[in-house]
Design a protein. Structure first.
Length: 108
């Protein structure tokens, strides 16, 4: 469901996020054109780390600094007011399990 009346279409996709690499959160191979919001719902029993910077190849060092990333607990949801010019990345925070996310891109 769109969050504001300026949203005219919503794209939704299930994404599996591994523990070793950053995964771009988007519906297709690129960010949806005209995106106004992106919602991330963590449907797994493990937490995930969300960032807009995937250059840290070690990954885990970002999780200790809240200025660079956000944490979504199991069953949690976050909505970001990010346009199609910003890409979100996620990584599972569990030692052995991937995370399952539902990602929605709201466009208008």
């Amino acid at each position: 469901m769109p969050y504001y009346d300026t949203v005219t279409s919503v794209l939704e996709k299930k994404i599996t996020v591994p523990i070793t690499v950053w995964t771009a959160l988007r519906y297709g191979t690129s960010n949806a054109k005209g995106r106004k919001y992106i919602g991330v719902f963590n449907r797994s029993a493990v937490g995930v780390v969300i960032t807009t910077d995937n250059n840290d190849t070690a990954g885990i060092s970002l999780t200790t600094d809240p200025h660079y990333c956000r944490y979504i607990r199991p069953g949690g949801e976050r909505i970001f007011p990010y346009s199609d010019k910003v890409t979100l990345y996620a990584m599972s925070r569990h030692a052995t399990d991937s995370a399952r996310l539902i990602v929605t891109e709201e466009c208008g």
